[in-house]
Design a protein around this ligand. Structure first.
Ligand SMILES: Cc1ncc(COP(=O)(O)O)c(C=O)c1O
Length: 416
């Protein structure tokens, strides 16, 4: 890391009012993979929109013009952060919705007898929407994890691909296992087979916005409510593919750009506008830590990504080392966090204890955490973990502190 720069956690936490609020300040928050806190910049943008420009956007009067400009700016800045173009970004209410709308739109390209590949490591959002196509005669193949390691192996994918494969749906990082799958490599293999790839980045993006062009994915989706923003889902699609998808909006908007025509209706106005605040937050982080003001938006994000990873890996290893020292604990996924091999989303089970009981104990110690399958129930089945009780999942982001991890460890120590 450049000049040994470290993430300034005081600076970071001062941006998030939840750390000072009466209700939330006493909770050590480890449910970030469920949804993250938001910085002041986002809250301000949301408030300002609601006060100043809460009108139908894109008309010619001043407030309406500003509303539309702010929404466009939110999308533009997110496009820059993931190295995409404005008209390749589609906003909707959630990733689940994005996958569903996209699977409907792809029905002209994926025909009865064609094959698609889904994993059993993904959240159901990137499985169910695709499996539904089987009702139309599409054949679904399952790319299964190695049950010893809980990892997806590329060799297993190669065995499933065939000339009939139209699409591979795979997660960038599992919300249970945490491992970062090598999407760049998978894209290459999938494209060599003349198939499309859609990656679910929901559990990846909070730890560093991806470069979708570098990954060469055809589609990529993540949820901005887990990346320090409002409750929206962002879908990226390659323009060349999007422009050939059918219009699913009103008949008369057929000549519009794909980011208007894919969804039946537009995105939430105030939330789209306050996406600007997420970008501002990351810029504030950048300029606080780095002097170089001459690099473009994507490069600034890459610098911040590295800074965040350095901190998150440290936190992960403190927790992983503790969990490894306990014979009763079974960690799901990689046991060392290094070289961006995993997200700081750490799931585990405890021998002879239900995950619910462990979580109840942690919650009584003011740890914000939960147990369950987190809608990734197929992986529970594969690992022979009770679907309902599931795993205990401690998920961190860059604003978590070592002290918080030690509070979690102290509480775990009592019950283990
Ligand atoms: C990996 C992963 N994919 C998809 C989703 C679904 O996202 P959304 O709630 O935006 O539909 C989640 C939600 O937790 C998730 O963790």
């Amino acid at each position: 890391m450049e000049n040994n720069i470290k993430l300034d956690l005081n600076f970071v936490r001062n941006q998030f009012p939840s750390f000072n609020h009466e209700v939330s300040k006493n909770i050590n928050f480890f449910e970030n993979a469920g949804g993250s806190y938001v910085p002041n910049t986002v809250i301000d943008k949301l408030n300002n929109f609601m006060i100043q420009t809460k009108v139908q956007p894109y008309a010619d009067f001043e407030t309406s013009k500003i509303a539309g400009e702010q929404m466009d700016q939110g999308i533009k800045l997110f496009a820059e952060m993931i190295n995409a173009n404005f008209d390749e970004i589609i906003m909707s209410g959630s990733t689940t919705m994005n996958m569903y709308v996209l699977s409907n739109a792809l029905q002209n390209m994926i025909l009865p007898g064609d094959e698609i590949i889904c994993t059993n490591q993904d959240h159901e959002a990137n499985i169910g929407a695709w499996r539904r196509l089987s009702k139309k005669g599409v054949i679904v193949k399952e790319w299964r994890i190695n049950e010893e390691t809980a990892e997806l192996e590329i060799d297993s994918l190669k065995e499933l691909l065939s000339p009939k494969t139209k699409l591979v749906a795979v997660t960038h990082a599992s919300n249970i296992v945490g491992s970062n799958n090598n999407i760049k490599k998978i894209s290459e293999i999938v494209h060599n087979n003349n198939s499309l790839i859609i990656a679910d980045g929901v559990s990846y993006a909070p730890h560093g916005f991806p470069d979708v062009k570098d990954l060469d994915v055809d589609f990529y989706s993540f949820s901005t409510y887990k990346t320090f923003g409002p409750h929206l889902g962002l879908l990226y699609g390659k323009y060349e593919i999007l422009k050939n998808l059918p219009n699913q909006n009103h008949e008369f908007v057929d000549d519009e750009i794909p980011n208007i025509t894919l969804n039946p209706g537009g995105p939430n106005h105030e939330e789209t506008a306050c996406l600007v605040g997420v970008s501002e937050y990351f810029d504030n982080l950048f300029y606080h830590h780095f002097q170089n003001t001459n690099i473009n938006h994507r490069k600034r994000i890459e610098k911040i990504n590295d800074l965040i990873t350095q901190h998150e890996e440290k936190l992960s290893n403190i927790l992983l080392d503790f969990l490894k020292s306990k014979k009763k604990v079974k960690i799901i996924g990689k046991k060392i966090s290094e070289n961006k091999n995993r997200a700081p989303t750490i799931s585990f089970t405890v021998k002879n204890e239900t995950s619910k009981k462990v979580c109840d104990h942690l919650v009584s110690d003011k740890i914000g955490i939960r147990n369950g399958n987190f809608y990734a129930w197929r992986i529970m089945d594969a690992l022979k973990i009770d679907r309902e009780d599931g795993v205990i999942r401690a998920s961190m982001v860059h604003y978590n502190t070592e002290n918080e991890v030690y509070s979690l460890i102290n509480s775990l120590e009592k019950i283990l």
